[in-house]
Design a protein around this ligand. Structure first.
Ligand code: SIN
Length: 282
């Protein structure tokens, strides 16, 4: 196995490995690379749904995927699988998020106990566009001026549950653009990673985010400043997808976004999510 750091602020490609046939020793090395590089990429994988689920399970128990915007599950018999796709078959979308931009976010941070990791496996990708970008939230925290670090460390942030990253309203919720009243949960704005012990900014999603107890205008101004700081190119990396790519990222210390792409082309990826340990605070 060869681990090749991307040279950017995060991410490494792991070569010479077949995710269908991993020894325990290989897995320990992969897990350490993931914790160190935050995002890991494997190319040229040929996985069945069962292989993908089995590899994902090595990192922990899997979450069931949220239901689609249509209210349906994605893949019969595999509730762990979420399909990210713009493809429509027989008038019905086979997946979520369409072909538009998916804005910067951390997966499912609107839950009390959000998943620690997410994995995407590319089946079909468009000839251009649809790249996925990741940013390093340890670096975002570490590079804050001291006064801002101190201020941020005492604050709680509401993570809005209303919209997904494609801008669709989640099942059972009413559209709103009021950050104070919208549905969501509070997490500390600065979190300590339970495995690495490092501190990271935890921003979730910008839309309807709200800093507990602050006047709305002050919350908006501080959040704008933190978001600009956290999503700079210097602390980001992106993957240009090829079929057979597997990317695993750590939701506790990264955010991600996706570029839009030509809606007449096809993009199909399967996603799994790995639960945090029970009761593990964000
Ligand atoms: C996601 O936000 O989980 C999907 C990212 C992508 O479509 O590349």
């Amino acid at each position: 196995m060869t681990i090749i750091p991307s040279g950017a602020a995060l991410a490494a490609e792991i070569q010479n490995v077949d995710l269908k046939n991993l020894s325990d020793r290989d897995f320990i090395e992969i897990n350490a690379a993931w914790l160190g590089h935050l995002v890991i990429l494997f190319r040229h994988q040929q996985l069945s749904v069962e292989d993908l689920i089995a590899f994902s399970r090595r990192f922990g128990e899997l979450d069931w995927a949220p239901v689609q915007e249509t209210g349906r599950r994605f893949v019969e018999g595999h509730p762990e699988l979420y399909v990210v796709s713009n493809v429509i078959e027989n008038g019905v979308p086979i997946g979520s998020l369409g072909a538009g931009e998916a804005v910067w976010h951390t997966d499912m941070s609107y839950l009390e106990n959000p998943p620690k990791a997410s994995m995407l496996y590319a089946l079909e990708v468009p000839p251009a566009g649809g790249d996925t970008h990741f940013c390093n939230m340890y670096r975002a925290y570490d590079s804050l001026p001291d006064a801002l670090k101190q201020r941020a460390s005492g604050l709680g942030l509401k993570h809005d549950a209303t919209y997904n990253s494609g801008g669709y309203v989640r099942q059972g919720l009413a559209a709103t653009d009021d950050p104070v009243l919208s549905a969501g949960v509070y997490h500390p704005l600065v979190r300590t990673h339970p495995e690495t012990g490092r501190r990271a900014l935890y921003l979730g999603r910008r839309r309807n985010a709200y800093l507990h107890g602050l006047p709305l205008a002050e919350s908006e101004a501080l959040l704008d400043e933190l978001w600009l700081h956290a999503t700079r190119d210097e602390i980001s990396w992106h993957n240009q997808w090829h079929p057979g790519d597997v990317v695993l990222w750590d939701n506790r210390c990264t955010m991600h976004r996706r570029d839009s792409f030509d809606p007449s082309s096809r993009r199909i990826l399967y996603r799994t999510q790995i639960k945090s340990a029970p009761g593990e605070p964000a």
